[in-house]
Design a protein around this ligand. Structure first.
Ligand code: C2E
Ligand code: MG
Ligand code: MG
Ligand code: MG
Length: 286
């Protein structure tokens, strides 16, 4: 049969593109199935008070337990989930799951949830959060949401309204990855944040990079002056911990204390009857 019209030949001329598009479609379908099949799970990383070393709460971090690929990190699927809008139902699941889990923990512990800019802009986010709080019975003051600067770039009035609604409920709002995005100081002045999370890229430099240390020092002072707390992300060494403490950051997170772990493991290690006596000052600075 003649192929003079070229139909049916198309795919042979763009093998690379075709493959990429196909694997993307495959991943997209996998993601949708994964959500339906309950393949997502939350791991929790302890947040430690710089003063005294007690745990103040945990950050919920999503993982995808893929049947063929093992445990998939969020950076490998969140961007696609955002692009195709699937981040909205995934993010709603995250909020409900994190609230339900935290409601089993002692009352002084908070849970922090990352909210994508795409999800943040969805009308009805406040209602989803209110619903998750009601269903779990979690005190709103124990919930923190983490947003990045990208949320603030669009629809400032809408963003401001949502942030005020959440804070009126008692929910705390943290700016995540501070210093890596657009980081306009105007944002700190215009938007009501309770907490600044100082990005790991600065924290990892505090031991041997004078600029990183200056930035951490300045951000901690700025936050203090504006009545906000600070969390240093990605503390991996005792020296980093001690520097961070000396600069007056309020809280720390990082592999030095614990990696993110499944809820049952968190409860066994940090919240069980056997772990409880060891908890105070467990992570205290030297
Ligand atoms: P993030 O919110 O800034 O979370 C901190 C990331 O640093 C986590 O990576 C955490 O596992 C990692 N980390 C913590 N301590 C250390 C350390 O000492 N050293 C190093 N090298 N890394 C450390 P993870 O879990 O892979 O998450 C990456 C990003 O994915 C998060 O950054 C957040 O932006 C996003 N993400 C995670 N879970 C969710 C979620 O449920 N919803 C949304 N929308 N985004 C999420
Ligand atoms: Mg975060
Ligand atoms: Mg962060
Ligand atoms: Mg980050």
């Amino acid at each position: 049969r003649a192929k003079s019209d070229g139909r049916g030949m198309h795919c042979f001329f763009e093998p690379a593109m075709g493959e990429e598009a196909q694997s993307r479609r495959g991943l997209e379908q996998d993601l949708r199935n994964g959500l339906a099949a309950g393949q997502f799970e939350l791991h929790y990383q302890p947040v430690v008070k710089t003063d005294g070393g007690d745990i103040s709460g945990f950050e919920a971090l999503i993982r995808w337990r893929h049947p063929g690929r093992g445990l998939v990190a969020p950076n490998s699927f969140i961007p696609l989930a955002e692009e195709i809008g699937l981040i909205v139902p995934i993010g709603e699941w995250v909020i409900r799951q994190a609230c339900a889990t935290a409601s089993r923990w002692p009352n002084h512990l908070h849970v922090a949830v990352n909210i994508s800019a795409v999800q943040f802009r969805q009308p009805g986010l406040t209602e989803v959060i209110v619903g998750a709080l009601a269903a779990s019975g979690l005190d709103p003051r124990r919930l923190e949401i983490e947003i990045t600067e990208s949320v603030l770039l669009q629809d400032r009035n809408g963003t401001l309204t949502t942030l005020h609604q959440l804070r009126a409920l008692g929910i705390k709002v943290a700016m995540d990855d501070f210093g890596t995005g657009y980081s306009s100081l105007t944002y700190l002045q215009c938007f009501p944040f309770d907490k600044i999370k100082i990005d790991r890229s600065f924290v990892s430099g505090v031991e041997n990079n004078a600029a990183s240390l200056s930035i951490v020092r300045a951000v901690a002072a700025l936050a203090r002056g504006m009545g906000m707390t600070t969390t240093a992300e990605g503390v991996e060494t005792e020296e980093q911990r001690d520097r961070i403490a000396a600069e007056g950051c309020t809280e720390m997170q990082g592999y030095l204390f614990s990696p993110p772990l499944p809820a049952l493991e968190i409860e066994r290690r940090f919240l069980s009857a056997e772990a409880a006596p060891a908890m105070p000052h467990r992570f205290a600075a030297a």
